[in-house]
Design a binder for this molecule. Structure first.
Ligand code: FAD
Length: 384
């Protein structure tokens, strides 16, 4: 299929959000769906650079509920979409080393248990017993959920794109959107490097670039790109197969098994907003030193690969779903560094809103764009 001149809906962005929305809209029977991705391949934005972590452990009810809907969709992915996504339930072990975090952890475990998520609160002693290869003398408490784990992001995008294509979606790469035509208060067309597509409906699923797409339509979207980076090690025979996804919460430092080695990342709290996706070597050194401090055996490890990507951060670290003041211009963005895992349900929710006018799987109407102007922010504490 070449570049079309008309569409019933144009989805901007071929990451997990765009791919999931395209599939779910097509599955509901919508025709003439066009998905546009600026890069040569789908899923090379935030989605393809992410750590692949999926978890139930959040601090707000809406995020736990998003996980309760989305993670089972990842468990059923092969059955439903026909693509293996390598779901490994290794559990997330979050470690607190200060009293403020301990109090937050206690609150989170209560909330999660109330919602049916079986997260356990651990003592410092129990953390140390579970992590014999790590130095956690200062651990005061931890939380563990065995159903949290890892999923392969590229497989999820590839699975949704090919299932969507089979249902007739026209998904194009090297199709950068360069402008949006709005007449009155209504979307009229989208301009791309491959030509103009007439459409009255647009879904902005451009991840860290969503703010730029918003500007094209005259809509201000508070999504800020912030660089995050990680590296992997060569094989480390000491790391057991069931090594959990460990988060040293106070330092935003994390470790999980990747192949036969480890993937290690740390969030630079001083990172300035921007679109640079090159690795900051100086900060990588800071990360490495902190990691060796926690896991001395890393002294003898070597780096296998490293990369950086962009978080798509909103003022309250929650996504933005829904309509805008411009007719036909919808948003599904702003997942603030933990959106990969919520991709499946988010695409489904957008299909419900677009086709039925309301969300039915889960009420996310409080996560609208208007909340920022109206002061209805919902703060998420478990941002890594
Ligand atoms: C280092 C890192 C680690 C992370 N770890 C995790 C994790 O462990 N678990 C988790 O759940 N989440 C994690 N995340 C967050 C997760 O990656 C994102 O929340 C999620 O992938 C967002 O998906 P998206 O589809 O909105 O964005 P993207 O995947 O970025 O997709 C947007 C797409 O839009 C395209 N695009 C942009 N502008 C245009 C244009 N003008 N025209 C056409 N196309 C355009 C881009 O090229 C891109 O492919 C991590 C993110 C990073 C950066």
């Amino acid at each position: 299929m070449g570049t079309p001149t008309t569409a019933d809906i144009v989805i901007i962005g071929g990451g997990v959000m765009g791919a999931s929305a395209a599939y779910h809209l097509a599955r509901r029977g919508m025709k003439n769906i066009v998905l546009l991705e600026k890069e040569e391949l789908f899923g090379t934005g935030a989605t393809g650079r992410c750590a692949g972590g999926v978890r139930y452990q959040f601090s707000t009810e809406i995020n736990v509920r998003l996980s309760l809907e989305s993670l089972p969709m990842l468990e059923r992915f092969k059955e439903e979409i026909g693509q293996d996504v390598n779901y490994r339930q290794c559990g997330y072990l979050l470690v607190a080393t200060n009293e403020k975090d301990v109090n937050a952890f206690k609150h989170n475990v209560q909330l999660q248990n109330r919602l049916g998520v079986q997260t356990q609160l651990l003592s410092g002693e129990e953390v140390r017993a579970r992590l014999p290869l790590m130095n956690f003398e200062d651990a005061i408490a931890g939380t563990f959920n065995r159903k949290d784990g890892l999923v392969d992001p590229n497989s999820v995008v590839a699975g949704y794109i090919s299932a969507a294509q089979k249902l007739g979606v026209n998904a194009l790469t090297r199709a950068e959107v360069t402008g949006i035509r709005v007449r009155g208060d209504q979307v009229e067309a989208v301009e791309t490097i491959q030509g103009v597509i007439q459409t009255r409906m647009l879904l902005n699923a451009a991840g860290p670039w969503a703010g730029l797409i918003g500007q094209m339509a005259g809509v201000q979207i508070p999504v800020i790109p912030i660089r995050r980076q990680m590296f992997t090690t060569n094989a480390l025979k000491e790391i057991p197969e069931d090594f959990p996804f460990v988060i040293d919460f106070g330092q935003s430092l994390y470790f999980h098994r990747e192949g036969e080695g480890l993937l290690i990342g740390m969030s630079n709290q001083n990172e300035k907003p921007g679109f640079d996706q090159n690795v900051d070597e100086e900060f990588e050194f800071v990360n490495l030193e902190a990691a060796i401090e926690r896991m001395p055996l890393l002294e003898h490890a070597s780096r296998a690969s490293h990369w950086a990507g962009l978080y798509e951060v909103t003022p309250d670290a929650h996504p933005i779903y829904g309509a805008t003041q411009v007719g036909g211009f919808y948003l599904c963005t702003g997942f603030s560094g933990h959106g990969f895992m919520h991709g499946p349900i988010s695409g489904k929710l957008m299909s419900e809103l677009i086709l039925d006018g309301e969300f039915s799987s889960l009420d996310v109407s409080m996560l609208d764009l208007a909340r920022f102007d109206e002061g209805r922010l919902i703060k998420e504490y478990n941002v890594v």
